[in-house]
Design a protein around this ligand. Structure first.
Ligand code: HEC
Ligand code: HEC
Length: 376
């Protein structure tokens, strides 16, 4: 090599574009979505479910778009650039892989695939729970048990994702130190400095128009599927309250929907109206029989809702109250004890104060609103 050739060699300071604008936008938009979903899911709870679902769905869409870009984007955006055979990953991890990778190194590439897969699975598990347990979204016809399993998986995957993100951040910091370059900054600016001995990526041309078309088709398809399966799902609780029940059983408290208790629990309540939670709520036999029959016919086993599954047959204290069950406590652990006592709520049993749809038996998290304190 002559001196002239050497002087034309790329110098250490030459910047080279590694992360195109779409990869960078994807990365930081995903950070925002996952952070929002994590805070609303782990900290803020049910009243934030709309934002939680929106950020989760957006994360799924971003990853789907990134997968398309992984096949059609420029050199370092492509899976082909960073998904390496196991032997290469192993050799990288054991230090046998000397050169520097401009894009993701083999271990980082595997992590990218893992993160993308977990985000999508997490979203699918969440939609399964939304469908089976909350009877909403594209999977609302799923049986309750599957929805419940989906929610459990959703939680496990959420924790796994956080652990993986921590590992990813730790690896980025470690690699930044080791290779003396700021990898976080390069995910902002998109550039890294060229160095001698870099692994040459196999140059490919990006296909933005094809990618955009594929993404638009996927988006259209998703909207189609989404719209197909909505409406009143199977196992919706009875919507219209029996008029005699509504008249007799709402004199002292809100109408407890028949789907909140099992048939046998209703029979016990109706057989003991003379000693009804310290009140005498006795009815004539004919009215009692009519109400009992209606309650039993529309009891928890007739509804596929969350309250029907968690409150009926849950172990209740001797007073038999829904609010004295573990299940009720678990669902309300985010609500302070004082909140239930203040105006205009006054009692835990005043479900309707915070659940606008209490009398329908749904108790949808989308409709929870704790009323502001009013002067007494
Ligand atoms: C005379 C007033 C009165 C009438 C009428 C009445 N209840 Fe009650 N009910 C009460 C009281 C008081 C409580 C206990 C609430 C409390 O402690 O705040 C109660 C509690 C309940 C609960 C328990 C809620 C829980 O925590 O699990 C159910 C269920 C219930 N009533 C059903 C009925 C039904 C069905 C009827 C109609 C047949 C009825 N009530 C009519 C006064 C009444
Ligand atoms: C002070 C207001 C308040 C009252 C009164 C109240 N709830 Fe709730 N309820 C909440 C809040 C807030 C949540 C969501 C808690 C969370 O996860 O952050 C909730 C959650 C629930 C859920 C779970 C919703 C879901 O699917 O995420 C059910 C079911 C439920 N409540 C039933 C009841 C019943 C039954 C009563 C009456 C016996 C009742 N609640 C009374 C505030 C209230």
């Amino acid at each position: 090599m002559t001196d002239a050739a050497t002087s034309h060699m790329p110098t250490r300071r030459d910047p080279v574009l590694v992360w195109d604008i779409w990869v960078r936008l994807f990365h930081w938009a995903l950070v925002v979505c996952i952070a929002t979903a994590a805070v609303t899911g782990f900290v803020l709870g049910a009243p934030w479910i709309t934002l939680h679902i929106a950020s989760g769905l957006l994360a799924m869409a971003l990853v789907a778009a990134r997968i398309v870009w992984g096949f059609l984007g420029p050199t370092h955006a492509r899976f082909r650039d960073f998904l390496r055979p196991p032997a290469e990953i192993l050799s990288h991890l054991t230090g046998g892989d000397a050169g520097r990778h401009l894009g993701h190194n083999p271990a980082g590439g595997l992590m990218m695939l893992g993160l993308m897969a977990v985000v999508e699975l997490l979203g699918i598990a969440g939609l399964t729970g939304l469908g089976g347990v909350l009877r909403t979204g594209p999977l609302l016809s799923l049986p309750y048990g599957i929805g419940e399993a989906g929610l459990e998986l959703h939680e496990i995957l959420a924790i796994l994702l956080i652990v993986m993100i921590l590992a990813h951040v730790a690896a980025a910091i470690f690699e930044s130190r080791r290779s003396r370059e700021n990898l976080v900054r390069s995910m902002v600016t998109g550039t890294k400095e060229r160095r001698p001995g870099d692994h040459p990526g196999r140059n490919v041309v990006s296909r933005p128009r094809i990618a955009l078309t594929v993404i638009a088709l996927l988006a259209g398809l998703t909207v189609q599927v989404w719209q197909r399966d909505t409406g009143v799902p199977d196992g919706a609780p009875v919507a219209v309250l029996d008029e005699v029940f509504a008249e007799e059983c709402t004199a002292c408290h809100v109408a407890y929907h028949p789907s909140l208790l099992s048939g046998s629990e209703w029979q016990v309540i109706m057989a003991n109206l003379d000693d009804h939670f310290v009140e005498d709520a006795r009815l004539d036999d004919e009215t009692n029989a009519r109400i009992t029959e209606w309650l039993v016919a529309h009891d928890a086993s007739s509804a596929q809702t969350r309250p029907a599954h968690v409150f009926a047959n849950a172990r209740k204290d001797p007073t038999g109250r829904i609010t004295e069950t573990r299940a009720w406590d678990d669902l309300h652990e985010n609500v302070a004890e004082e909140t239930f006592l203040r105006a205009p709520i006054y009692s835990k049993l005043n479900c309707l104060a915070c659940h606008a749809d209490a009398e329908t038996g749904w108790f949808s998290p989308f409709l929870i609103e704790i009323p502001k304190e009013t002067s007494k």
